[in-house]
Ligand binder design. Sequence first.
Ligand SMILES: [Zn+2]
Length: 310
Amino acid sequence: MSDDIRYNKTFDLEPGRATDVAPGVRAIVANNPSPFTFKGTVSYIVGRGKVAIVDPGPEDGTHIAALLDAVRGETVTGIFVTHTHRDHSSAVPKIKAATGATVYAEGRHRPARPLQIGEAARLDASADIDFRPDLALADGDVVTGDGWTIKALTTPGHTANHMAFALKEADLIFSGDHVMAWSTSIVAPPDGAMSDYMASLEKLARRSEPIYLPGHGGPVRDAPRFVQSYIRHRQAREVSILRRLAKGAADIATLVRAIYIGLDPRLAGAAALSVLAHLEDLVARGVVATDGTPSLAGTYRLAELPLPGG
Ligand SMILES: [Zn+2]
């Protein structure tokens, strides 16, 4: 994997213990580490007294108890959900039942494009299809609480319903799985779409908040520049794909071998899906061709340029 992004894998939180991570923001990490979740999903508590929770996390009894314990004596007025992957949203029903808070999110889970054969099972494994917000937020919507102002920013790409939340008082963004300091985001069809993801990165790159608090790992610092490096990283990946295809048609396994050097074998499936996400975008833009709809099983080639005058 190329090292153009200056990742920061520093992470000091211990599962179950609320820690101040920014003015008026506490964080609690769930004990669900994995190659995809890093040290675990991070839930945030915003404010004091009348508080909001961002991403309640997985449906894990210990994590839910720790989160409720951290807000004991306080009132939770809002629950904000960045996206409907189970490790972020499946604790919502229990936290809502215990607190009576209003649940805010972009909407229910949906794939970024129509499903192909065999994709439903993969979606079921990670997606929280039962999730429903009490209030669906649109881009730019603002929710205010006691000492906090949260603005919704639609950031589709990792999922179609991904939202980031800007916290005005601390000049930071809760970036969910869209931008993280420890790793790039996973953009895996059918949940993810590369064209949306790139547009969402461009959108955040135009903002000024210097700090992002992500759904996994520690804070992103110097965030606008970090987002620019995320954009360049994807552009470089696209160039690698096109370079390999310039040598001849290839399937996704061949492209993964050509692009990802020293890949953790546990991430091979995710890498294939990430390449598929790029190929879907390249086919839609007419740069790459394949037979039929782009799929994991397809063979890809550079699209032929139209003949001059033809
Ligand atoms: Zn996710």
